[in-house]
Design a protein around this ligand. Structure first.
Ligand code: 9MR
Length: 368
């Protein structure tokens, strides 16, 4: 065979290159958020509920886009231990199995919270000398049940409430009344012992802006995280819920500084419940642009930080969102909230593209 001329070689190389570039832009056009995140050593996921399992198109979208799953409600104590002493994992197990079958990480949410507790538990915690087993027995049993299947646990959720007036900013919740501030340490130690392989997270909201009510929360969270380090409490990461609102005072530099403070203490960070509330109205395109712009600016900073390991949105499609609870939103489509990456017909919205862009721009994580 005649040797290939230089020109033919060059031509071949160029067309191979343009083929690769073409393939890349086709990929960039269609690749799901989970693939984009994986490529960077990150994860993207969302919360879901077994109530959605009958909605086949939604479930297809979920399997396509999400690389991590977290129960929206069915992992909470009010669901798992509605009756004292009877642990019902049926719904949480179905979600964990769904995640495993679709190659998704599974997040546990949440072991210790002031909200969504069964009424019997709040009464028992407020009674005289409550036994510590109300805390340790549950954390141990639930974490052990899921041992080896959970990527990360939101061990304690929303323990901060500066408005309650304590110098440490802790929320005056039933757990604090029953066991004092030590309830947090006990919960993390118990969780670590029950599943040494799971990442243990402290999860909270109001970590996003410099507004005074949020700044007070951030100050208290830093104090809490410093205390964990001083006392050797096994908490590995801060979960930032990121329930954002258009029109709020979001400032990228403020978030950057806050994340730097958290990571300087040796914590990783993750975005656990991202969604963007807006003000409703008929101009859908303008609303979608504002939601996407805020989510994009937020993630640009959060994912630029190498200690941030992933992002979870609080839902996938506007079809199912906790923000959609007002009766009139059921029939006036234009007034329904649009806080999530897919619209209610499961089409990708500008917010989806903003998340994709932020993930694509993120630096590669070590090992990713
Ligand atoms: O979206 C969740 C909603 O369906 C539940 O009724 C509610 C109470 O359990 O919790 C909502 O999710 C919350 C999450 O668990 C913790 N951070 C705030 C979320 C929105 O309220």
């Amino acid at each position: 065979m005649a040797p290939l001329s230089r020109r033919a070689l060059l031509g071949g190389a160029l067309s191979a290159l343009s083929l690769a570039a073409g393939r890349h832009s086709a990929w960039a056009e269609v690749a799901a958020l989970r693939e984009r995140a994986l490529r960077k050593g990150l994860f993207y996921g969302c919360c879901a509920s077994t109530a959605h399992f009958g909605d086949a198109p939604f479930i297809q979208a979920l399997a396509r886009e999400a690389g991590a799953l977290v129960p929206e409600w069915e992992g909470k104590r009010g669901r798992i231990e509605a009756r004292r002493g009877v642990l019902d994992f049926s719904a949480a197990d179905r979600l964990a199995e769904f995640a495993a079958n679709h190659g998704m990480l599974f997040r546990g949410h949440t072991l210790v919270w002031w909200n969504s507790n069964p009424a019997w538990l709040n009464a028992a915690l407020d009674a005289a000398s409550p036994p510590e087993s109300l805390l340790t027995g549950y954390v141990d049993a639930v974490v052990a049940h899921f041992r080896g299947r959970v990527h990360s646990w939101d061990v304690v959720n929303e323990a901060i409430e500066p408005k309650d007036g304590r110098p440490d900013g802790l929320r005056a919740c039933p757990w604090l009344r029953a066991f004092g501030p030590a309830y947090l340490d006990i919960a993390y130690h118990t969780a670590r012992a029950a599943d040494p392989g799971a990442l243990l997270v402290y999860n909270d909201y109001g970590m996003d802006t410099a507004d005074p009510w949020q700044a007070a929360r951030q100050h208290a969270v830093i104090g809490l995280l410093e205390g964990f380090r001083r006392r050797g409490v096994p908490c590995d990461a801060l979960g930032l819920q990121a329930h954002l609102k258009t029109g709020s005072n979001f400032d990228q530099e403020h978030l950057r500084r806050f994340l730097a403070e958290v990571t300087a203490l040796g914590y990783r960070t993750l975005i656990t419940e991202l969604d963007v509330a807006d003000h409703g109205g008929m101009d859908i395109a303008a609303r979608d642009r504002a939601v996407a712009d805020l989510a994009g600016r937020y993630l640009e900073v959060a994912l630029d930080q190498p200690q941030t390991i992933g992002v979870v949105t609080w839902g996938l499609s506007d079809r199912y969102t906790w923000l959609d609870r007002r009766p009139w939103t059921r029939w006036v489509e234009a007034w329904r909230p649009r806080p999530l990456p897919l619209d209610s017909a499961l089409r990708r919205k500008p917010m989806w593209h903003a998340i994709a862009r932020a993930i694509d721009a993120a630096p590669h994580r070590p090992g990713g």
